[in-house]
Design a binder for this molecule. Structure first.
Ligand code: HPA
Length: 268
């Protein structure tokens, strides 16, 4: 299906993107920095999954960011919405079929590392996707990737180093950590948080890792940035709500926006 959709998009717009950027909660502001060439709403694409979550719009934005041709994914779908994992990763697979070399993921996540605070920006240096089904289950499409793909470096070490250099230049503090994906939609219990932390996870969220597996399978280079919106561990004071998470994501979003612009400006 991703091939058909990519072909359909290519008939609408003749565009050679270098980078894809997946905008998580609180990051849609980045779209204001893009010189837009065309927007395509997910609902206008045949067989395309559309998000049902508040704060998650659904559209591809084609344009240039710092003179680099990019496609923004303004909104994604989540496994907890009831889609199959194949459908959840379909929008990012389409990015790869359209020719992006690199995808930058962003998301909101709960902090498991006790050194984090709401508002911490975490560069994802590894991930745990063992708590969600693999999007690669089923017949392998040998045209896009091998049956048993290597996952020893899901997120590009080179890009992680670059992001750190840019963060230093901009005076923005960032941490490095492992992201663990759960299905959601319920937030984790205190016992689950302890379990995930004991496995080495620094942050927990409901997206990204499955998309990263699908794109690593296709040979796309990846960078991931999490906005820690709440502390999932040691949190006896606050109840985690979607509204609170959106508030912190919006506040931290501007810094992540600057980081991404810095990264893209130096991308070649
Ligand atoms: N858990 C899962 N997903 C999240 C969280 C969390 O604590 N915060 C933001 N997204």
């Amino acid at each position: 299906m991703y091939k058909k959709i990519a072909k359909h998009i290519k008939e609408i717009i003749d565009f050679a993107p270098k980078l894809g950027i997946v905008l998580g909660s609180g990051l849609s502001g980045l779209s204001e920095d893009v010189k837009v060439i065309k927007k395509i709403s997910y609902s206008d694409l045949p067989h395309f999954p559309t998000s049902t979550v508040e704060g998650h719009k659904g559209e591809y934005i084609f344009g240039t960011l710092c003179d680099v041709p990019v496609i923004l994914m303004n909104g994604r779908v989540h496994y907890y919405e009831g889609y199959s994992m194949q459908d959840v990763v379909l929008p990012v697979r389409v990015l790869a079929m359209l020719g992006v070399e690199c995808v930058i993921f962003t998301n909101a996540a709960g902090g498991l590392n006790k050194g984090y605070r709401p508002g911490t920006i975490m560069c994802i240096n590894d991930q745990i996707s063992s708590f969600v089904p693999s999007p690669l289950i089923g017949k392998n499409d040998d045209e896009i990737g091998v049956r048993f793909p290597d996952m020893s470096e899901v997120y590009s070490k080179e890009y992680i180093s670059k992001l750190h250099i840019i963060a230093d230049k901009l005076g923005i503090d960032i941490a490095d950590g492992t992201y663990l994906q759960i299905t959601g939609p319920a937030y984790e219990t205190p016992a689950e948080s302890k379990l995930y932390a004991s496995f080495g996870a620094d942050a927990v969220g409901m997206s990204t890792a499955c998309e990263a597996v699908a794109l690593k399978h296709m040979g796309v280079k990846l960078l991931g940035i999490s906005c820690i919106t709440d502390m999932a561990i040691n949190n006896t004071e606050f109840v985690t709500t979607h509204e609170e998470i959106q508030k912190i994501a919006n506040k931290t979003g501007n810094k992540i926006r600057e980081l991404i612009k810095g990264f893209v400006a130096e991308y070649r």
